[in-house]
Design a protein around this ligand. Structure first.
Ligand code: Q9C
Ligand code: ZN
Length: 361
């Protein structure tokens, strides 16, 4: 299978608040290095893409696509905040911007303008403290986003049925206005925007199998009847305030959002029952394009997840999906997964199940 990587995705390396401790973020460059190491010893084809060396036209069209989802104030913040803090002497070159105060609703109105205070802006454009911004965050985020776009171009140009993009940072927690959960640009939304450039009215399916609810992706497509979003995630886990079954979409998109929270500690058999519901929903939507948000934090040893899923289960997961939705062109984007030593084998297991099922170009 074709796997896309951009070396600039490795530059972002930040901190997070976990419990009461500020620690190096679990979402680290070593995740991608471990995957690259594993796939280099496999039959899969890894293609290195370098946004950095791309034409101005490529860069402009990327910015245009990102602008369809993310607001300009937010994007300007991502691009400039580190330098602003640096120029003001608030951080050293090797340090990180983290928010200290978030938008809250005890006032009668929600703010429509970014706050003037430079500290407050960090909280205006984020919803948690696991989305630090450092010197290279913008470069990596753009490289990651570009992989999501490049994957769709490959689907179309190479006439293949699936492409994997080793996105990093991940994307599914951020919406158009706020970073959070290690995410800065919603890569899934970008792939879909790129798909829609050629098929504006396409019916699209999103299967989110990261351990966490993809609140950002849900937000972005909540009122969009053409996009069916479904997620299997840990119940009552991060991001805590979203992911309930009663979130079903808005207006004429009611019924196109399907949340399937699963008790912490669940087995793979219990997981597969939820997967059946997810697939039934997707099949009914009849997507011409499928986006898989693939997280390996469902793995039994993951520090942030709590499902009892093992390496060989990913093969079954992938086969189950591909058998039910054969021949639908699919982009698979990497989201979370934090046991670095097992990421490679987990991905290989998933790809084995995917490729071993009925699907031919
Ligand atoms: N006590 C992704 O997997 N911290 N993001 C959670 C739980 C943030 C996960 C703390 C976890 C973000 C893409
Ligand atoms: Zn996750």
């Amino acid at each position: 299978m074709l796997i896309l990587h951009d070396p600039d995705t490795l530059s972002h390396e930040t901190i997070e608040l976990l419990g009461s401790k500020v620690i190096p973020a679990l979402e680290s460059p070593s995740r991608i290095l471990a995957i690259l190491e594993a796939v280099s010893k496999s039959q899969h084809e890894v293609k290195h893409i370098r946004l950095h060396d791309s034409s101005e036209a490529t860069f402009d069209s990327l910015i245009e696509l990102i602008g369809q989802t993310h607001d300009q104030g937010y994007l300007g913040h991502l691009k400039n905040v580190f330098k602003q803090w640096r120029d003001d002497g608030l951080v050293e070159e090797c340090e990180h911007v983290l928010p200290e105060c978030f938008v809250f609703t005890s006032t009668a109105r929600t703010p429509t303008q970014p706050p003037k205070d430079i500290y407050a802006r960090a909280g205006y454009y984020a919803f948690d403290m696991s989305s630090g911004i450092m010197n290279k965050t913008y470069v990596s985020t753009m490289a990651s986003a570009n992989l999501a776009v490049a994957a769709v171009r490959r689907l179309r140009d190479d006439q293949v049925n699936e492409v994997v993009a080793l996105c990093r940072p991940p994307g599914h927690h951020c919406n158009g206005h706020k970073a959070g959960g290690y995410c800065y640009v919603n890569n899934a939304a970008l792939s879909i925007s790129e798909w829609r450039r050629q098929s504006p009215n396409a019916r699209v399916g999103i299967l989110d199998v990261d351990f966490h609810h993809g609140n950002g992706t849900q937000d972005i497509f909540y009122s969009d009847p053409n996009v069916f979003y479904t997620s299997i995630h840990g119940a009552d886990e991060f991001p805590y305030y979203t992911g309930n079954e009663d979130e079903r979409g808005d207006g004429d998109a009611i019924g196109t959002n399907l949340n399937l929270p699963l008790e912490t500690g669940s087995s793979f058999d219990q997981y597969l029952q939820k997967l059946e519901s997810a697939l039934a929903g997707l099949l009914k939507h009849e997507p011409e394009f499928l986006l898989v948000s693939l997280g390996f934090d469902t793995f039994n040893l993951d520090p942030l997840g709590s499902f009892k899923i093992h390496t060989e289960d990913y093969e079954v997961l992938a086969r189950t999906v591909r058998t039910r939705l054969p021949n639908v062109q699919t982009v698979i984007l990497l989201e979370g997964g934090y046991v670095v030593e097992h990421l490679g084998s987990n991905l290989l297991s998933f790809l084995k199940g995917w490729e071993g099922s009925a699907s031919s170009p």
